[in-house]
Design a protein around this ligand. Structure first.
Ligand code: BGC
Length: 544
């Protein structure tokens, strides 16, 4: 994990594009790659270093691309390979990197591999997925107790043709590949090489810790506890998630991306879950490096308190000692938007933006986060999101409406509002695939461009500051003394320091330090003889 020439990913800021909702260029109500190309100058201007695109591969779109039916083709509603190549080249010409989203754990059940695999017990791809005989009479009981998401039902699905079960860890139409089969590995590595040859700079790896399951298919032990996102989990997932074989796979994948021209210039960032030791293990070691980065998801479930922030920063210093770094994230296409977690208080969203963009780590912004986009409440009953539909029978609407997590992920995937026109500048169609958010007319890019005090200007300022100041993109982090609702930390690099002070409380605070205010998240902060006076819910960045 030593720093070399190819360490651009350490200093970058990632922006997640959800192509279906970013920009529609042909008026069908669905975003597309041409639309992304048209908006790349906006991202470059924002100071973004890396564009991560959620999947645009051929897919029946039942999980909107996370169900792939051809890893080396582009879904027709998004464009074609030539457009994908143009996107990559245009981003590069603008000085940005491109990272694709790889779904390795499962394919669509309409992938030709699965259709063949499911057709008999002895076809050439019979062993490409995780097939198993069932228990009980006629084998009609699932092979073991492995459960799908939220532990709601068995992760196994019955195939009448094979009279066997196949594993689908996420949803039924997403059968899990058998990564212990060398032919599967070879086919997937070939797809990875295909995109590397086209010039992509790396991959975000979907549910990476799920891929290698226990080869003996042992039952997961019963152990009720609170899982991520405040959901109750009945079982430990020791045999289905985070097994040590996933780390070996991370190392093998790293070898694949390092083997291409410009080795050590590509980046792998994993969506992984688990405690600190587990999550870090995916980075591999000196001898056999693994993923370059893993997402640290703690900030998705932040509490807006100085204590939470202080503890998180302390923990990251322990868990990701330099040169390792967490990939930090406040929002993505699966979870609630920040503005809703803070009850619509934009001052708080701004403080969190300053935290994300000044702490040590590789920050990821999700499209719309820069303008403080909100969730759009959409009832579970009408969900397009298959996860929302899966949960529907178990979740009364009034509960879904009140809990902070969005079960219907459509709510965080509504189209990007670019301006106040009828289709919000996203589409000319009267029927975008998801409705525009109710605030699109007033909270959009054009309105915020025109307002120097807007969230967009703040985020752009901070992204650029991070890009331009070595203290922020490469410096160490040290907590500074601060009391009550205030968190303060120093970012230091080669003798230069930048101080960040966040007042997370409801009252003005006086931080007994000094410096010139370089940036503030809102009005009213001032340097006085007694210290830095910071209004409620405001953050400042200071230089000596
Ligand atoms: C992705 C989801 C997707 C799931 C299954 C997740 O982690 O972020 O959007 O539905 O994996 O591929």
């Amino acid at each position: 994990m030593s720093e070399g020439a190819g360490d651009w990913w350490r200093r970058t800021t990632i922006y997640q594009v959800y192509p279906r909702s970013f920009q529609d260029s042909d008026g069908d109500g669905i975003g597309d790659l041409r639309g992304v190309i048209d908006r790349l100058p906006y991202l470059a201007d924002l100071g973004i270093g890396t564009v991560w695109l959620s999947p645009f591969f051929a897919s029946p779109q039942r999980d909107f691309g996370y169900d792939v039916s051809d890893y080396t083709a582009v879904a027709p509603e998004y464009g074609d390979l030539a457009t994908a190549r143009e996107l990559i080249d245009t981003a590069h010409a603008l000085g940005m990197r491109v990272v694709l989203d790889l779904v390795l754990n499962h394919t669509s059940d309409e992938h030709p591999w699965f259709l063949e695999s499911a057709s008999s017990r002895d076809n050439p791809k019979a062993d490409w997925y995780l097939w198993h005989d069932g228990r009980g009479r006629g084998g009609r009981r699932p092979p073991n107790n492995w459960k799908g998401p939220l532990d709601l039902r068995t992760a196994w699905r019955w195939s009448e043709t094979r009279r066997q079960w196949y594993l689908a860890s996420f949803l039924g139409f997403q059968p899990d590949l058998n990564w212990r089969n060398p032919e599967v590995r070879a086919a997937m590595f070939a797809a990875i090489r295909f995109w590397l040859d086209l010039g992509v700079d790396g991959f975000r790896l979907d549910v990476f810790g799920w891929i290698m399951k226990d080869p003996a298919f042992r039952d997961n032990p019963l152990r009720p506890r609170l899982g991520g996102g405040d959901v109750i989990r009945l079982r430990d997932r020791v045999f289905t998630e985070g097994t040590p074989d996933n780390v070996v796979l991370a190392q093998d994948l790293r070898a694949v991306v390092d083997e291409v021209d410009g080795a050590d210039d590509r980046m792998l960032v994993g969506e992984v879950f688990g405690g600190p030791a587990k999550v870090r293990s995916y980075l591999g070691d000196e001898r056999r490096p693994g993923l370059h980065l893993v997402f640290a998801f703690d900030l998705l479930e932040f509490r807006f308190t100085a204590r939470f922030v202080r503890e998180t920063l302390e923990r990251y210093e322990r868990e990701f000692p330099a040169p390792s770094l967490p990939a930090t994230v406040l929002e993505n296409h699966d979870r609630s938007r920040v503005m809703d977690r803070v009850g619509g208080d934009e001052r708080k969203a701004r403080v969190l933006a300053m935290l994300l963009l000044t702490m040590r780590g590789v920050p990821t912004l999700y499209q719309g986060q820069e303008i403080g986009m909100r969730n759009t409440y959409l009832p579970l009953r009408g969900a397009l999101d298959p996860f929302g539909r899966e949960v529907l029978p178990w979740m009364p609407e009034w509960i879904s409406r009140r809990i902070p997590e969005r079960i219907n992920r459509d709510e965080v995937r509504t189209p990007m509002p670019w301006d106040g026109s009828a289709g919000a500048g996203f589409t000319t169609s009267a029927h975008p695939w998801l409705p525009l958010g109710p605030e699109s007319g007033v909270r959009n890019v054009a309105v915020q461009e025109a307002d120097a005090g807007s969230m967009l200007h703040l985020v752009r300022d901070l992204v650029r500051l991070r890009r331009d100041r070595p203290e922020l993109h490469s410096g160490s982090l040290r907590l500074l003394p601060a009391e009550g609702d205030v968190v303060a930390f120093a970012r230091e690099h080669e003798g230069r320091a930048l101080h960040v002070v966040l007042n997370m409380g409801p009252r003005e605070a006086l931080w007994p330090g000094s410096g010139d205010i370089l940036r503030a998240t809102g009005p009213g902060a001032e340097a006085t003889a007694a210290g830095i006076r910071i209004p409620a819910c405001t953050g400042v960045a200071l230089v000596e």
